[in-house]
Design a protein around this ligand. Structure first.
Ligand code: SF4
Ligand code: SF4
Length: 134
């Protein structure tokens, strides 16, 4: 199964090679969706984990034991294509370029794999075409 998680690293664990440990100790493939990690600072990592559900749960427990904050990113952004007028306002606030305007068609394009569900696009839309699905 796939599970998307948001990890928050305290300073003392920020250099920990988490994706390596996930692969080596738990046989979990970890796809990095977004990373904000700098030496000696609190770090954030959004990962998509691929593996057996029990093993993923064990890995999440191991991370919590290392004092890594773990939250599940189970919410999803939904774009109502019938409402969207392709104005592009949401693309200006999206930090990951999950929302872009196609340069040929000028239509809105949403790349779900890039979305970190930061919710910044919701208030930007003048026609309420963006919502969150829990
Ligand atoms: S929730 Fe955040 S990352 Fe996702 S599309 Fe909206 S602005 Fe972009
Ligand atoms: S802000 Fe709303 S209407 Fe404009 S492109 Fe984004 S989703 Fe579509």
């Amino acid at each position: 199964m796939k599970k998307r998680v948001i990890l928050t690293f305290p300073r003392r664990t920020v250099q920990m090679p988490v994706t390596y440990r996930l692969a080596k100790d738990f046989n979990i493939a970890a796809n990095i969706i977004r990373a904000q990690v700098a030496p000696n600072q609190v770090g954030k990592l959004v990962l998509e984990l691929l593996g057996d559900i029990d093993v993923i749960e064990a890995a999440l427990e191991w991370m919590r034991a290392q004092e890594i904050g773990v939250s599940l990113a189970s919410r999803e952004i939904v774009i109502d294509e019938n409402r969207c007028v392709d104005c592009g306002l949401c693309t200006g606030v999206c930090p990951t370029q999950a929302l872009t305007l196609d340069s040929q068609t000028f239509r809105l394009t949403f790349k779900r794999s890039r979305c970190v569900v930061c919710e910044q696009c919701l208030p930007a839309c003048p026609v309420q075409a963006i919502s969150i699905n829990f």
